[in-house]
Design a protein around this ligand. Sequence first.
Ligand SMILES: CCCCCCCCCCC/C=C/C(=O)SCCNC(=O)CCNC(=O)[C@H](O)C(C)(C)COP(=O)(O)OP(=O)(O)OC[C@H]1O[C@@H](n2cnc3c(N)ncnc32)[C@H](O)[C@@H]1OP(=O)(O)O
Length: 358
Amino acid sequence: MRASQEDFESAMNQVKLLKKDPGNEVKLRLYALYKQATEGPCNMPKPGVFDFINKAKWDAWNALGSLPKETARQNYVDLVSSLTSSESSSQVKPGADREQQEYENLVVTSEDGITKIMFNRPTRKNAISTQMYQEIMLALKAASKDDSTITVVTGNGDYYCSGNDLANFTDIPPGGVEEKAKQSAIMLRDFVGTFIDFPKPLIAVVNGPAVGISVTILGLFDAVYASDRATFHTPFSHLGLSPEGCASYTFPKIMGPAKATEMLIFGKKLTAGEACAQGLVTEVFPDSTFQKEVWTRLKAYSKLPPNSMRISKQVIRNMEKEKLHAVNAEESSVLQERWLSDECINATMNFLSKKAKL
Ligand SMILES: CCCCCCCCCCC/C=C/C(=O)SCCNC(=O)CCNC(=O)[C@H](O)C(C)(C)COP(=O)(O)OP(=O)(O)OC[C@H]1O[C@@H](n2cnc3c(N)ncnc32)[C@H](O)[C@@H]1OP(=O)(O)O
């Protein structure tokens, strides 16, 4: 069942009762979802650049694109529910393993045996900044030790994730671009390694389009549920790059070398249905019932015996671990060179100077 008007109104009241300020990103998200749910797609003229507050609100609302009113209403109710439950769980067990760490770019909640890690930069289509890579690693490490039985990764807003934040290329340290490439290769290897070693069932709830590294690492998840609005795009050649996230190994295994070539070399964008037919996605749901159906199923899975699930995952995955770490190291080292290539620098500059989009 979808969130009713009554659920929506009750969520609006609960927001007023929040004890803790949820922070500007979340408040903007609530504003945008409220406007989308009540008025539909953004219909206001874009405020001037110096009208900071209204520009931020406009950006947040506009970022929701053509998200249907009902989905926005549901997402609003879900977001409020995650805020209120994180407040009440920290009241019930302060200082215990349910304690929530503060993240700037993620919303992490733990409820019903499920830890949910939600990418939370909707105005940037959830692009992964350097800080966000670190936060995702921290959140996964915490989830591996908490008392939840399964861990879910999802996105806030109309996108699941638009991949690496291309602005990461502009933050060059005193050691120069070579030093930046070296540090980035280490960070990338650690980031992907955290997924390879994750001990519990790891599930992606792909709520919208997914790009780049957010697609490649899906090969390291245990199940991938997608809305029929989701697409899967790895435009590495267009960006002068090469695959990461172990996709050079997992994708040919999952879908066969020819289909993997179309995605990883030619940058073919797959619909959710195509990705499911090729084995990258477990199941596709209509967007209108996506959240409801997926979370009902996940709640049922989270009640299965946790040790049995962990051990089964080990049995399924452990034989591959050594190979996956070797692939990860090789992909990261190849990328370290690629980032310094003219092909990559030109593609990134074209995007950042707004001359190109995917
Ligand atoms: C020296 C070496 C340093 C290396 C550091 C790297 C570290 C690890 C790297 C790991 C390897 C990962 C590889 C990848 O993930 S490759 C994929 C990269 N992603 C992209 O190329 C996507 C780029 N974005 C787009 O093409 C479009 O934004 C998109 C199609 C996703 C959406 O288009 P739409 O028109 O719907 O929305 P907007 O473009 O208006 O987006 C809203 C604002 O968000 C900004 N945005 C979106 N995605 C990104 C992104 N990936 N990086 C940076 N910014 C992004 C977009 O620019 C808009 O901003 P403005 O409102 O300011 O215009």
